[in-house]
Design a protein around this ligand. Sequence first.
Ligand SMILES: Nc1ncnc2c1ncn2[C@@H]1O[C@H](COP(=O)(O)OP(=O)(O)OP(=O)(O)O)[C@@H](O)[C@H]1O
Length: 647
Amino acid sequence: MEVVLHEASQNADRHTKQHESERKSERAFYKERDHESVKKSPNEEVLSCKKLSVDVYVDIQFENIKFTARSGYIKKESKEILHSVNGRFPPGKLIAIMGPSGAGKSTLLDVLSGYRITGVDGNVYTNGNPRQLNAFRKMSCYITQEDRLQPLLTVQENMQVAADLKLGQFVSKKSKNERIKEILLTLGLENTANVPTKRLSGGQRKRLSIALELIDNPLIMFLDEPTTGLDSSSCSQCIRLLQMLAQQGRTIICTIHQPTASLFQLFDLVYVLSRGKCIYQGAASKLVSFLESVNLPCPTYHNPADYVIELACDEYGEDKVDILNSASQNGKTLDWFERPEYLPSLNKLRESNQRSQKTPDNSGSLQSTSQWNQLKVLMGRGFLNCKRDLTLTYMRLGVNVIVGLMLGTLYWQAGNHGGKVLDNYNLLFSILMHHMMSTMMLTILTFPNEMSILIKEHFNRWYSLKMYYTAVTLVDIPVSVVSCFIFTVIVYFMSGQPMELNRLLMFGAISILVVFVAQSFGLMVGAVFNVVNGTFFGPCLSVPMMMFAGFGVTLRDLPSYLYWGSYISYLRYGLEGVVSAIYGQDRKILDCPEEEYCHFKYPSKFLKEISMQGDQFWNDVIALLIIFFFLRILAYCFLKWKLNCVR
Ligand SMILES: Nc1ncnc2c1ncn2[C@@H]1O[C@H](COP(=O)(O)OP(=O)(O)OP(=O)(O)O)[C@@H](O)[C@H]1O
């Protein structure tokens, strides 16, 4: 009995001591954080930005992280890029993942942020619990190396769109504007609010990329090479800004190639990789001591950051990486942290986060705002872009007017002339070709440029793919319809087609349907291929559409084993539809001057010759609508697949 009591009292003692030490480390963590924010803050103004600080803290731990890249479609090849790396990234710290080119820095960042999920092995924990990917994504953001911003929108407009999408429709306009103002002020962008993004300097663009993601106050920020392309003063401004954001309680992790000595000492923690293995994890200030402890002292007056990268590049012998890797236990040891005993207790972090009741859960939508609001904001942005990029809009209208006038002149009054029926038939096919090529090529050339912005914004949960896709579809309708209408009116009247309203409407309806189908075709190609491959494949894939349209070879003469082609060719339905509109519906005898012989004076004779019936208009409309919806859905699936492939 005595033994049991003794053990119980010892256990209680241990428990109290452990509790005491946890409380001590927690107190130390918050004290250190508060102290540092007062001591080190580069911008006094920032300290007053209470709204930007966070009250939920996330400690990231990872163990045995492996990443295997698989390439090749026929002969599958796989290559392990990260080799069972471990580490711990505490909250309130600015952490640099360093290493030579190809060491795996971006890959580790991608894996930790949840951007890369295929080929990943190992465990990631947040505050000691296994990472719940959706909840994790709701509290983090990823800022890519290249700044993927809307170039035509001003800083304020970009921020407004981000606020509308990330804060939702229930936050008042006033609060959103206050937040935008506060962020711009903190990031030193207040004087550029009305400057279009394309006119910003590299450093300003980088700050805007950070500002956009700060709107919903993320707890964790991942940044891939935030200093690339910046001069030394912008570099240090950028890192100081990140340092300030970390001091507000966030976990900030960025990759950096080779920082200068002054930049290096701004980081709280560094994680050095070489050939996919960790060779140092700890405080930036302790790197020199670490190197001494493994008998690889940093030469005097040498930047330790440069020296460790040189070691990682095997400049001092190939065995050095292994020595450093085993000394750092591939990232397991925390001995080189500033004060390892003061690392925050995970239990306490969890409790404190639960108290604040702001920890996101794993369920529900990833986006913060309703689908309807996403659509509204995206359409607003789309129309604003159209308004700003008037060159493209004018070009589209101009091309339709010029081509319309050219065709109208070439086939002047051929529509009602019994002797020019074949000419008019050529005109009808040329019209369809114009609609197909101009719309499809425009989409193939412009859509892939949007992909990089889509990938970033979609991963950062600005909107769902469905709403983005719907907005893209809807925004283009007005310009497409107006262009097609102008073209149709010019050609129809100049070429002397029958002056009957129903025929004009039928002709216009088929034209606009062909435009929409060609656009869907372009979207499908643009979703899969880049601009170069798309410009090759788009026209190549259109050739069978022309072959099976029934224009050169009539449908009657098409070999039976190729007849299936006519069912999938949207140009066939387009041609049949416009021929029905012009020569079908019991059209009366055509004009024929007395001195001429008009072989196709009777429209029915011509319809028989080209093996069309002239009463298929509604069937053609239905077929075009089916192809339109089918291609749109297919393009959406390809887009979704493409987004998943990247990850
Ligand atoms: N999907 C992939 N397929 C094949 N190899 C890959 C893939 N992703 C990364 N790699 C290879 O993994 C290695 C590490 O790439 P990573 O981009 O992470 O390096 P890094 O350290 O960020 O380099 P840098 O500083 O030059 O950007 C490189 O050799 C790269 O070629």
